[in-house]
Design a protein. Structure first.
Length: 120
C-alpha cells in the first residue's frame, strides 16, 4: 500500500499543500480531495511543496491538470516548488514546465504570487 499525505498551511492568501510520500493511482484521490477543499474555500492561489514527494504517477499528474484551468479562471494558479530531481524529471518529461510554474523554492513561488510574476 502506498504512503501519501497532504498537509495544509498558508502564507497570506497562498494556500500551501505539503505533499509527502508516493502519489499514484491509489493515493491520487487524497490530492483531489485537498484541491476540492481549496476550491470550496475559494483558495485559488495554490502552492504545492513537493520536497517530501518521493514518487508521482500519471494519476497524480492528472489531478493537477483537472484543477489548473478552474483555479486560473478564478484569478489563481497552481505553482509547484521544491520537487525532488527524479520527480521533477517526470514533470519535465511530460511537458509540465510549459503548463505550470515550477520553481526551486517555496519563497520564489510565494514571491511570484505576490508580484504576479510567472515563468509561464
Amino acid at each position: 500500500m502506498s504512503n501519501f499525505s497532504v498537509g495544509f498551511r498558508s502564507s497570506g492568501s497562498v494556500q500551501i499543500l505539503d505533499l509527502r510520500g508516493e502519489l499514484d493511482a491509489h493515493t491520487a484521490e487524497e490530492l483531489e480531495a485537498a484541491m476540492e477543499k481549496c476550491h470550496r474555500d475559494r483558495s485559488y492561489q495554490i502552492l504545492v511543496n513537493g520536497s517530501g514527494l518521493a514518487y508521482i504517477a500519471s494519476a497524480g499528474l492528472g489531478v493537477f491538470m483537472a484543477f489548473i484551468q478552474d483555479f486560473r479562471d478564478n484569478g489563481g494558479d497552481i505553482k509547484i516548488a521544491e520537487l525532488q530531481p527524479k520527480v521533477y524529471n517526470v514533470f519535465d518529461l511530460l511537458g509540465f514546465p510549459m503548463l505550470f510554474d515550477i520553481v526551486p523554492s517555496e519563497e520564489e513561488a510565494i514571491r511570484r504570487f505576490t508580484s504576479g510574476g510567472s515563468s509561464i
